[in-house]
Design a protein around this ligand. Structure first.
Ligand code: HH2
Length: 273
């Protein structure tokens, strides 16, 4: 059975089984703690748990295929066995294939299925693929990202990635402008302002803003981005904005808090029943 989007916002909870993710790195390297965290995310309302075994933050150390599999597989299979919908956050076709065999329903690829082998895995298995835009590579992407017009450049690039994926037989795709992936503060704000242009493609749009450094930069009084604990309010505000513009899936660390923020927004918009 494939993953079916709920009619309202789809809450994708972040679960990084890594030592070095920028927000939850080192917290869930132990499989039993990671599984517990996945269950807690679902209790908080997550429709989908996004399991990742390699950090994509700028400068993160690459992870070998087998190490990544060792990290994510027990977590994916334990959650899937309990009926939880899991997405696998990976750039590696072999990792994706193993995770799908263990029950993952969505492949979340921050390289937009750049690798033909990844497109083949998604086509053969019929999973949903999330195609995220990134300029450059994780290691260097933040050095000097450049666009002519960030919204139309990213839009064009994603439309092309979708075309190539479909040509290779990938049937179900979501798109994601890739907030923070080869983008400066102004680029990220422009993409959020223009999110409706991605929604206009008719494809489900995923947005991930949770605790990202552009929020820290915006609220900082110094040259350094504010620490994680001062990025919460910006996370929920940007998340609500994205959903209000038609984004369907929100990737977030604190699902419960983001849902509360959305409840407020919705109540104002529709009137409390
Ligand atoms: N952001 C991160 C990782 N994966 N996938 C999608 N589709 N969209 C995103 O915005 C996105 C993503 C980065 O966040 P996180 O997983 O918390 O950190 P790290 O990459 O350091 O593990």
């Amino acid at each position: 059975m494939s993953f079916v989007l709920p009619s309202g916002p789809c809450w994708m909870g972040v679960l990084n089984v890594t030592p070095d993710s920028f927000s939850d790195g080192g917290n869930y390297l132990d499989a039993s703690r990671a599984i517990e965290r996945g269950l807690a995310l679902v209790e908080d309302g997550a429709h989908l748990v996004d399991v990742g075994g390699e950090s994509t933050r700028p400068g993160a150390e690459p992870v070998q295929e087998q190490d990544e599999i060792r990290r994510v597989l027990p977590v994916v299979s334990a959650l899937a066995e309990q009926g939880i919908a899991v997405s696998i956050d990976t750039m590696k076709p072999v990792v994706a294939r193993e995770a799908i065999a263990a029950g993952a329903k969505v492949v979340n690829d921050v390289t937009a299925l750049r690798d033909p082998a990844m497109r083949a895995v998604c086509a053969e298995t019929g999973v949903t693929a999330c195609l995220m835009h990134m300029q450059g590579e994780p290691r260097t992407m933040q050095s000097s990202p450049t666009y002519t017009d960030v919204v139309s450049d990213v839009h064009k690039s994603l439309v092309e990635s979708v075309r190539v994926a479909k040509e290779d037989g990938v049937r179900k795709v979501w798109i994601d402008p890739g907030i923070g992936f080869g983008k400066n503060l102004q680029h990220n704000l422009s993409l959020l302002r223009g999110i409706n242009q991605f929604v206009a493609t008719g494809l489900p749009v995923l947005v991930g803003v949770s605790r990202k450094s552009f929020i820290g930069r915006l609220v900082s009084d110094t040259d350094e981005p504010a620490p994680l604990e001062r990025r919460e309010e910006g996370t929920y505000t940007a998340g609500v904005w994205a959903l209000s513009q038609g984004a369907r899936i929100l990737r977030v660390h604190n699902v419960a808090a983001q849902r509360r923020a959305w409840t407020m927004w919705e109540a104002i918009g529709r009137g409390i029943k």
